[in-house]
Design a protein around this ligand. Structure first.
Ligand code: AQP
Length: 334
């Protein structure tokens, strides 16, 4: 019989524990991850080293790192199928980032949209880590020779620079890194703020524009009711209707319906009733995640066990790439 065994491809992605996770993180990243766990070798990281590029409260950062793992589990990521670990537990990330920093150009890092945006929102703390964020992200991905990186649209530029850094390194030293591809969901790739629908929803926005995965039902419905829409009255996906487009996207993602089906369902329905339906669909979906989250969080020993085993597996894989890189650049080894 013909051998049809095909080696599974590797996937790497991560989320910063820089705030409560929002439905942007869920629909743009986590939901997509759960669909990949059977067919790929998946590594899902909690990127605490990235998080400190913006000032964090230490106690909260520590707590949120564990909350994030409990959320990974609550959305359906299984520890047997995925390596789920905390970035700072695997020192190879920082080590490779230093080397790659020497193959990353000031000009290309200056062009990163996230750096420009975060320089505005953190004008009092435009630190070097914020600037070299994409280099650390490149290290995260390249360490595991990832084939695919499932991210929201906002991270596409960072995958492109990762590819450029890998190609540059490979052209000097020969084949060392696999050049990864971004893997962006068709729907939910960019969930927008409810209060400013031209801006992406973000976990660090506390002004009411973001729905957090742990928000209670009333809060979710109240936030959606207050969502900015337009002066029209038709629930239709169209140019210039950013608020309605965003709500339609959220509704379709949570109900599994297409945008066209959702438009049809709300034909002739006013914005008020539509918003209520979006709020309820969101709250229903999140209620299931929240109850599982509480259960996982109550067993700290289990969470620590997963982190320990996963970081050992990740460190083993990372070390292989790092040793190769150190040899190629000429570091003396004992
Ligand atoms: N609004 C969004 N729509 C779709 N996907 C999104 N992602 C984030 N926001 C949206 C995706 O979530 C993953 C993790 O993001 P991150 O933690 O690396 O940081 P981020 O992109 O900077 O997310 P936030 O929520 O905006 O964090 P803060 O507020 O701390 O800066 C990524 O795959 C991202 O694409």
């Amino acid at each position: 019989m013909e051998n049809t065994t095909i080696k599974k491809q590797t996937i790497f992605s991560g989320i910063q524990p820089s705030g409560q996770l929002c439905i942007g993180n869920y629909l743009g990243a986590l939901l997509n991850w759960t669909k990949l766990q059977d067919d790929y070798n998946c590594l899902y990281c909690i990127v605490d080293m990235h998080a400190i590029t913006v000032r964090q409260n230490p106690a909260e950062l520590r707590r949120r790192s564990l909350d994030t793992l409990a959320l990974y589990l609550a959305v359906g990521l299984e520890p047997e199928k995925n390596i789920m670990f905390i970035q700072s537990h695997v020192p190879a990330h920082a080590e490779l980032a230093w080397v790659l920093g020497c193959y990353s150009m000031f000009g290309e890092l200056s062009r990163m949209t996230q750096f420009k945006e975060k320089s505005v929102s953190n004008a009092d703390n435009i630190n070097a880590g914020l600037f070299t964020y994409p280099v650390l992200m490149a290290a995260d991905i390249l360490l595991y020779q990832a084939d695919l990186v499932p991210v929201g649209q906002d991270q596409k530029q960072h995958i492109e620079i990762t590819r450029d850094i890998a190609t540059r390194f490979n052209s000097v030293y020969g084949d060392t890194f696999k050049t990864p591809e971004p893997f962006i969901p068709k729907e939910g790739a960019k969930i927008m703020s409810l209060t400013e629908p031209t801006k992406k929803m973000s976990k660090s926005d506390l002004s009411g524009g973001s729905i957090f995965l742990l928000d209670d039902r009333d809060t979710i419905i109240r936030k959606v009711k207050r969502a900015v829409t337009d002066s029209g009255s038709e629930v239709r996906y169209a140019e210039g209707k950013d608020g309605i487009n965003n709500l339609l996207t959220i509704y379709s993602c949570f109900t599994g319906k297409t945008i066209a089906e959702s438009e049809k369902e709300f034909g002739g329905v006013g914005y008020g009733d539509f918003k209520l339906a979006v709020g309820e669909a969101t709250a229903d979906a999140l209620a299931r995640i929240q109850s599982d989250f509480k259960q996982y969080l109550s067993d700290k020993e289990q969470l620590n066990g997963i982190l320990k085993e996963s970081s050992e597996r990740a460190a083993y894989l990372a070390r292989k790439t790092l040793s190769k890189v150190y040899r190629k650049v000429g570091f003396y080894s004992l």
